[in-house]
Design a protein around this ligand. Structure first.
Ligand code: PEP
Ligand code: MN
Length: 354
């Protein structure tokens, strides 16, 4: 990290960036109110820190010893632009602010009528953002893969419905991209691009999504430690996109655990991650538990733990859903969850310290 003097000129900043690039590294420039900080992206052993420290306009050169330095609190503290938590704005909605944000909708979009009925339901329940899968990651090739599997035209049609439903019910929309070939198409239609748990490690996909310049909802892989999760989030920031919404969605169960819950919801990761990074973290109790009867309690617990919001799968008749019906709640149940979570946030704000 190169901390520039408050009075450093544009030329001096550019000169430092030029030096970083000369060493075949990338630079991440953060312009604060009082000073600028330049992060180095790449293998720092390629650069001479003593030389950097004496360049004109440089105040100090610091090493941040984590693999996810650009999203670390230590880095954010260096310049005034990001002294607290990062708030990501999507339309009028603030993710990472005081109020919890609720993303809700079907696991998979199945038809226009299904999507619109669910969109209306989640809006009435108080949700802020509409979700709906079009390219579904599935364990079996024989199961429903989402309407996107039907081809480009089918995908476009489903994306059209999603955008239209979002406009009609005034909800920003989010869907997942499962592969690089889907990124350009999906980015044209949605407000937030989702990277699913299975793709957390796909650094080429991460970079390509990041370059779209839209907020990215980044899910933790079910086998990834916190350090690994944050290290891969760093690939998104390294492309200049700091609008990352992290999402905890459960880890692989141990022993006979799978008989009871689909994954193990790692709620401790919420305050741990908040200590490490300024990025907001959401919790997805639907995939984490795989059980609709646990959504209420785990949602309240996630908010009490300090999560910035939740992602919940909703259907007016879960029994008829083609995917993940067992973990879906109805719009009425979602309303109860949202009301309870708001009360939990109010009761615990200031008590739960992160
Ligand atoms: C999803 O949110 O639709 C999904 C497939 O979740 P995950 O990537 O966490 O399994
Ligand atoms: Mn699902």
């Amino acid at each position: 990290m190169i901390v520039m003097e408050g009075e450093a000129t544009v030329e001096q900043i550019e000169n430092v960036i030029k030096e970083i690039k000369r060493c075949r590294l990338r630079a991440d420039l953060s312009k604060g109110k009082y000073r600028s900080v330049i992060g180095i992206v790449g293998d720092e052993s390629k650069i001479n820190f003593t030389h950097l420290a004496i360049l004109p306009g440089v105040k100090e050169v610091l090493r941040i010893e984590t693999p996810y330095k650009l999203i670390s609190r230590g880095y954010a503290k260096l310049w005034e632009g990001l002294s607290g938590d990062k708030i990501i704005r999507v339309g009028d909605i603030e993710i990472g602010g005081e109020e919890p944000v609720f993303i809700a909708g079907p696991c998979a979009i199945e038809s226009k009528a299904q999507l619109f009925r669910i969109a209306e339901g989640v809006k009435m329940a108080g949700a802020h953002i509409l979700r709906g899968g079009i390219f579904k990651p599935r364990s079996s090739v024989h199961s429903f893969q989402g309407l996107g599997a039907g081809g480009r035209e089918e995908a476009r049609e489903a994306l059209d419905w999603l955008r239209e439903a979002g406009r009609k019910f005034e909800l920003p929309v989010i869907t997942e991209v499962r592969g690089e070939t889907q990124v350009d198409l999906v980015a044209d239609y949605v407000d937030i691009i989702q990277i699913g748990a299975r793709n957390m490690y796909d650094q080429d996909l991460l970079a390509q999504v990041a370059k779209k310049g839209k907020p990215v909802l980044f899910k933790r892989h079910f086998g990834a430690g916190v350090e690994e999760f944050l290290s891969f989030a760093e690939y998104i920031v390294a492309e200049g996109n700091r609008d990352i919404i992290l999402c905890e969605r459960g880890l692989v169960p141990i022993g006979k655990g799978k008989n009871y819950t689909r994954y193990i919801l790692d709620l401790a990761a919420v305050p741990v991650i908040q200590k490490e990074t300024y990025l907001p973290i959401l919790v997805d109790p639907s995939h984490a538990t795989g059980r609709r009867d646990l959504i209420f309690s785990m949602s309240c617990a996630a908010i009490a733990a300090g999560a910035s919001g939740l992602m919940i799968e909703v259907h007016y008749n879960p029994a008829e859903a083609l995917v993940d019906g067992q973990q879906m709640i109805t719009p009425d149940e979602l309303k109860d969850v949202i009301d309870a979570c708001r009360r939990v946030r109010k009761a615990t704000r200031g008590i739960v310290k992160t």
